[in-house]
Design a protein around this ligand. Structure first.
Ligand SMILES: NC(=O)c1ccc[n+]([C@@H]2O[C@H](COP(=O)([O-])OP(=O)(O)OC[C@H]3O[C@@H](n4cnc5c(N)ncnc54)[C@H](OP(=O)(O)O)[C@@H]3O)[C@@H](O)[C@H]2O)c1
Length: 325
């Protein structure tokens, strides 16, 4: 089979995602040659495609995570063999492809109980949940949190995981249908962003205190409301901008309630290989224990990557959307 990849030659709408034949070459020092089985599709890929993030050199192959099988091994690689099933997440892109060379340090062997289809999109999401609840801050059962886009892909995993820790979880979403979905994925309460009295409702739930932590991935449309519903000394974790980048903030806004903010990016938390692998194994453990119900798999052909992007941009997030090479 001739290797093919989605190549971006100019930033733009989803039509710039075109499939092309590519030449892969043989694995160099420390590399694996892999044949891919499932490729995750993420909001990050949209930021890259549109040029909001200028992190992919053009022409270039987008995509940050996938599963596959090791076909051959470069010099110096000792911990993998031909036929190993692996998953990876990378900040160097190149995942929208049938085959690729991969730095062996990024590959993690997949346990048998994890399917390629479900892990391809949910690996980075589950790593993100680890980062948000263990590293950025240590979430405690005494906490009450607000999660925006609670029915989205990360939202569903984050709400369920927090719920399993005994945390009180308020989810916010854009529609009543999504509110119901959010409740079925671990929210104790679910509210609609534009709903009249949104702030009062959060205050009522928290006896007038406000929430300890807001996890906000919507950005522009929700950020300032997220600050409003925080308790004294509360913490806002802004980890995405699905509705657009957040406006600049005055420090005095934080001083009003001694608030703190963080803006974490998963790749920085996985940059150390040992920490990355530890996080990956704890994700596998969580999957084995069945703590998290993963959204149903939604396959699309690699050549139809543009359709997958259209689905995410239509705001119908939350599924385990992946590309089949
Ligand atoms: N910082 C990191 O390292 C990191 C890692 C992973 C993901 N993320 C970010 O987390 C966010 C969620 O990722 P995901 O995989 O869960 O995505 P997803 O499943 O597509 O969910 C995105 C959700 O955002 C909400 N949204 C609000 N405004 C939107 C708009 N204008 N267009 C589209 N959606 C909008 C939608 O829910 P409602 O309709 O309910 O608002 C949608 O369901 C993304 O912003 C992503 O970049 C960040």
């Amino acid at each position: 089979m001739v290797p093919k990849a989605i190549m971006i030659r100019e930033f733009g709408n989803s039509r710039v995602l075109q499939i092309e034949e590519v030449n892969i070459g043989s694995p160099g020092e420390g590399e694996l040659f892999i044949s891919q089985s499932a490729i995750g599709v993420h909001y990050h890929d949209i930021y890259v495609r549109t040029g909001l993030y200028k992190t992919l050199n053009l022409p270039g192959v987008p995509g940050i995570e996938a599963t596959g099988t090791v076909e051959s091994i470069g010099p110096g690689v000792t911990d993998f063999k031909r036929g190993d099933r692996i998953v990876y997440v990378t900040s160097s892109y190149g995942a929208y492809t049938t085959h690729r060379l991969l730095d062996a340090r990024l590959a993690v062997k997949l346990p048998e109980f994890v399917s390629d289809e479900l892990i391809a999109t949910n690996f980075s999401r589950a790593l993100t949940v680890q980062m948000l609840t263990k590293q950025v801050l240590n979430l405690q059962s005494s906490h009450t949190i607000l999660v925006t886009a609670a029915s989205g892909g990360v939202g569903r995993l984050l709400c369920q995981y927090a719920n399993s820790l005994g945390v009180r979880v308020i989810g916010s979403v854009s529609t009543f249908e999504k509110a119901e979905l959010a409740r079925s994925y671990g929210c104790d309460y679910s509210l609609i962003y534009g709903q009249q009295d949104f702030i009062r409702m959060v205050m009522d739930i928290t006896d007038g205190k406000g929430v300890d932590v807001v996890y906000d991935s919507v950005g522009a449309d929700t950020f300032f409301q997220s600050l409003e519903v925080l308790s004294l000394c509360g913490h806002l974790v802004n980890f995405g901008q699905s509705s657009g980048p957040v406006d600049p903030l005055r420090m005095t806004t934080l001083a009003k309630k001694s608030l703190t903010i963080s803006r974490p990016i998963l790749f920085h938390y996985t940059a150390d290989t040992a920490i990355y692998k530890t996080m990956a194994y704890s994700v596998f453990n969580i999957f084995r224990e069945g703590t998290l119900r993963l959204p149903p798999a939604e396959p699309r052909s690699l050549k139809d990557a543009s359709t997958a992007h259209d689905i995410l941009e239509s705001r119908r997030g939350g599924g385990s959307l992946y590309l089949v090479p």
